[in-house]
Structures are given as structure tokens and as C-alpha cells.
Design a protein around this ligand. Structure first.
Ligand SMILES: Cc1cc2nc3c(=O)[nH]c(=O)nc-3n(C[C@H](O)[C@H](O)[C@H](O)COP(=O)(O)OP(=O)(O)OC[C@H]3O[C@@H](n4cnc5c(N)ncnc54)[C@H](O)[C@@H]3O)c2cc1C
Length: 476
């Protein structure tokens, strides 16, 4: 059984790196590429983002003698993990989806577990002296126009019904005090959430993985995967034979037809301002709060430790056939949308310069929730993808599930409802690739038009609203 990996050549052209990666550059030493065959790997992990790194760490912590490799086509953090907004969030915001997929009891358990993951992340950083700029400033879910008012109501209702809801209802005045902008008409607050400098977190996880004995090979794209008794992975210069393979490849997992049906790569864009610590102080945006609006193409923003604002916008660009092109590292249109929204929310900062902008890939699923399992044709290969823009903290849960599956453990994680949702017919497939691109473009433009109406507090035409609703919410 063979599977070629499209889009997996080592990056030929210089990718646009994120501000985070450039800022953390000195803390992320590069690892060598794989130049000699390895025939005795126990577990080969494809992908050196948060998911791959956590998986490797948890495997080594539980089974120190296993030979564990990470094969990364670019550099660790070169994908979504070094490019995101750094909002550290739980799954409470996904509670409606989780109830729909798994029922109330499991949804409640997962929401609580994802909240615990944030505390574990904080502790992990302290224990291993990872200076990832972790700050538990909470998250404000806001409305920036009348159409968005109460966007959180059904989420809060079910959270309160299940118990342990983390949400606090705020007055408009309190929302203003947290964010410094009157454009936020209303909002709710989850104090359990936080922010990180994501590339510094990648650097820390990478260091811990190496200390535990994980072998990391960068600039090492896996170009072919075959499976008989063991899995054989072909890379540019050498081959690997491994008993188990973990696919932690985010949007690139769409190379597998079995997963492609359920994954659509979309882009998200971020701009970062010059340092403005005094202005942040004046605004009263002092505790490092992460903020989002309630657009379908969501806006997400947070201050940084050196007093900048990083402002992200889900630009939701698509590519034909889901190919991973440069749009996933840089897009003028995406940067323009993010910049435009930033100056709309913070008109008092119109003189503030934008220092940098970049794009990143989101592995979007219809349910807005990740999928885990074994590939049908190649059961020694396990996958955990589809983070849909909320993976900074939940990727730790991903690492627990994938390490348990790879080690064939019989535990809470391998038996979790998260595993095998495709096999249980829980996930909805997207339309075939070409329809998906053209249909997706129509839906995307309908959303952009709806946003324009709503920004002026006008109701979009019903047909436009209907077309836009076909997308659900597009995560960060
Ligand atoms: C712009 C943006 C903003 C976001 N904001 C937030 C946020 O604020 N909060 C939040 O929780 N989440 C956010 N996310 C989502 C979050 O970043 C991801 O969910 C998380 O990083 C997923 O980690 P990963 O390991 O699955 O993916 P990645 O970090 O993309 O790792 C996958 C790796 O696999 C490698 N790879 C792919 N194919 C191959 C191959 N054939 N051979 C070898 N290596 C391969 C890639 O190079 C890549 O490094 C955002 C994402 C983006 C893009």
C-alpha cells in the first residue's frame, strides 16, 4: 500500500515567517535533515508543530525506551504552530458542537479537561523553564455590531446548564475597561484563558522533546508512505522504517483522500503593530486579555509582552484542490482585511504603524472540531488533525490521544469519544474538491458582503445570509 504525498517537497521558496518566529529566532536552533536510512524506529511522527511535539513528549514520558522521530518538512513551528494568534483557549466555546457530537456528559468532561490543559500548559512552562510569554489574561468574546449582540447566548445557556461554566457576563462599561474600545458593544469574559508567544512555546517543546531523546529531522519532507508489516517513509535523502506513524500534519493531511473529504485548508491573516506600551496603558488594555469579535470570519486580537497588538482575521482564502500555496504564508488581501478591522476597532490608533503581517493555514472541518483515528487502509498510521483554528492549548490533548494510540494503551485517551468519529459516521464530508473551491468562494464572498452590511448595522439580504450560513463559523 503506497501513498504519495503531494505538496510535500522541502520549501523551495523562502516562506514569509511570522513575527513570532523572527522574534524567537535565537531560541529555536535548527535540527539536521535526515541523510541516512533509519530501519528501527518505533514511532515516526510526521509534523513538528504543537501536535507532533506534544505527542513525542508524551510518548517518551511514558515509554522512554521507544525510538521516536519527528520528520518535519520545513522547521518546527514553520506551519500553523509558529504563525497563530497565540490565544490559549479551552473547548468551552465549542460546547454546542461537543454536545451535538458526543452528548452532554462527554461534552462537559471534554470542556473541563480542556480547561485543565491550560493549567497544565502553564505548569509545563514553569517546570521546564520555557519562557513562552504565557499570560492568563482571560478571553473576551465580544459583539462589535448589533447583529453580533448575544452571539454567545446559546453557548452560555448550555454551559450554565451543564455546570462549571467559566463565563462571566459583563456590562458594556466593563467590556470597554478591558479592551479600551467603545466599538465593543457587549461581551462575556472567560478568565481561564490566556495568551502565549507561540513560536517560543514551539522552541520550548522542541527543547524538552530533544532532552527526552526524541530525534528531530527538519527540512525532511515525507514524500511517500507505504505500509506492509511496518511503515516505510520516503524522505528526500533517506528512508525510515517505523512500527507506527503519527500524522500530525495539519492541513497537509488533506493529501490523504480519506481525510481530504473532511478537511478544507483555509487561511488566516495577522498584522502586528509597532510597540505601543504607553498607548495600551492609556487604553486600559493592561492584563493581556485576548479578544475576539463574533464575525463568521472571526477577528482575534491580543497585546504582546513588548506592548504591540497582534490583530488576526480569518481571511478564509481557499485554493483550488486544497493545494498548499504561498497564500498560507502571506496574502496582501488578508493583511488588508485584518488591518482594516484593526483600525475600525481602534480608530484612536490610526497613527500606529503596522510592523509586519503574515498568513497561516487552518485545517478546517465542518464541525469546527478535530478528528482522530487510524487510517482505514493503513491502521498503523494514526492521525489527529482538523483543529479549525483552536489548537494552541487543545493540541496538548491531541498529544495525549495520539501518544496513547501510538503506544496502543488502553486508557482514557485511546478510548475517548474523540477517536474514530469518521468511522462512527459523526463527521460531515465537504463537497468534492472542485465544487468545494468554487462553492467555497461563493460562500466566502457572501460572508464578506454580510459583514459589510452588519458593520453598518444593516440587515444583509436574506439570500446572502443563507449562503453565508453554509460555512458555519470559521475559526481563527
Ligand atoms: C493565522 C492563525 C491563527 C491562529 N490563531 C490561533 C489562536 O489564537 N488560538 C488557537 O488556539 N489556535 C490558533 N490557530 C490554530 C493553531 O495554530 C493550530 O491549531 C495548531 O498550531 C495546530 O498545530 P499542528 O501541529 O496540528 O499544525 P502545524 O503547526 O501546522 O504542524 C504541522 C507540521 O507538519 C509539517 N508537515 C506537513 N506535511 C509534511 C510532510 N509531508 N513531511 C514532513 N512534515 C510535514 C508542516 O511543515 C508543519 O510544520 C491559528 C492558526 C493560524 C494559521
Amino acid at each position: 500500500m503506497k501513498k504519495r504525498y503531494p505538496n510535500s517537497k522541502a520549501c523551495k521558496h523562502a516562506l514569509r515567517r511570522s513575527h513570532w518566529m523572527l522574534e524567537a529566532e535565537t531560541t529555536i536552533p535548527t535540527e539536521p535533515l535526515l541523510s541516512e536510512d533509519i530501519d528501527d524506529a518505533d514511532i515516526a511522527i510526521i509534523g513538528g508543530g504543537f501536535v507532533g511535539l506534544w505527542t513525542a513528549i508524551f510518548i517518551k514520558q511514558q515509554s522512554p525506551d521507544k525510538k521516536v522521530l519527528i520528520l518535519e518538512r520545513d522547521m518546527c513551528g514553520g506551519g500553523a504552530s509558529g504563525r497563530n494568534g497565540g490565544l490559549v483557549m479551552s473547548w468551552w466555546s465549542e460546547i454546542l458542537t461537543m454536545v451535538e457530537l458526543f452528548g452532554e456528559e462527554e461534552a462537559h468532561k471534554l470542556a473541563k479537561r480542556s480547561e485543565q490543559a491550560i493549567t497544565e500548559l502553564e505548569t509545563f512552562c514553569q517546570t521546564h523553564q520555557i519562557d513562552a510569554h504565557f499570560k492568563r489574561g482571560g478571553w473576551l468574546w465580544t459583539a462589535i455590531n448589533e447583529a453580533q449582540l448575544g452571539a454567545w447566548e446559546s453557548t452560555l445557556e448550555i454551559s450554565e446548564k451543564l455546570g462549571d461554566s467559566p463565563y462571566q457576563r459583563l456590562t458594556p462599561e466593563e467590556v470597554y475597561q478591558h479592551t479600551g474600545s467603545e466599538k465593543h458593544l457587549a461581551g462575556v469574559f472567560d478568565p481561564t484563558n490566556g495568551t502565549v508567544q507561540p513560536a517560543r512555546l514551539v522552541a520550548g517543546l522542541k527543547r524538552v522533546a530533544l532532552e527526552l531523546g526524541v530525534e528531530i529531522y527538519e527540512k525532511t519532507p515525507v514524500t511517500e508512505l507505504s505500509y506492509r508489516h511496518s511503515s516505510r517513509l520516503k524522505t528526500t535523502y533517506a528512508n525510515v522504517t517505523a512500527k507506527k506513524v503519527v500524522l500530525a500534519t495539519n492541513v497537509w493531511a488533506a493529501a490523504f483522500p480519506e481525510l481530504r473529504k473532511y478537511l478544507t485548508p483555509v487561511s488566516s491573516s495577522i498584522v502586528v503593530t509597532e510597540p505601543i506600551p504607553d498607548k495600551l496603558e492609556e487604553l486600559g488594555w493592561k492584563e493581556g486579555e485576548g479578544v475576539t469579535d463574533s464575525y463568521q470570519m472571526i477577528g482575534y486580537y491580543r497585546p504582546t509582552r513588548d506592548g504591540r497588538i497582534a490583530y488576526g482575521k480569518s481571511a478564509a482564502d481557499l485554493t483550488k484542490g486544497g493545494r498548499i500555496t504561498n497564500i498560507f504564508s502571506q496574502s496582501e488581501q488578508g493583511a488588508r482585511l485584518a488591518k482594516q478591522d484593526f483600525y475600525t476597532i481602534y480608530p484612536m490608533l490610526e497613527d500606529v504603524k503596522i510592523d509586519d503581517s503574515w498568513n497561516g493555514p487552518i485545517d478546517y472541518t465542518n464541525e469546527h472540531f478535530p478528528i482522530f483515528g487510524h487510517l482505514k487502509e493503513m491502521p498503523n498510521i494514526v492521525y489527529g488533525v482538523g483543529w479549525s483554528g483552536n489548537g494552541v492549548s487543545p493540541s496538548q490533548i491531541g498529544g495525549r490521544v495520539l501518544s496513547s494510540l501510538a503506544l496502543e494503551l488502553d486508557n482514557e485517551w485511546s478510548n475517548s469519544v474523540l477517536v474514530g468519529t469518521i468511522d462512527r459516521g459523526i463527521n460531515r464530508a465537504f463537497p468534492p474538491r472542485h465544487f468545494r473551491y468554487f462553492g467555497g468562494q461563493i460562500v466566502r464572498h457572501a460572508i464578506i458582503w454580510c459583514e459589510k452590511f452588519e458593520a453598518k448595522n444593516k440587515k444583509p439580504p436574506r439570500i446572502l445570509r443563507w449562503v453565508a450560513s453554509l460555512a458555519g463559523d470559521i475559526g481563527t
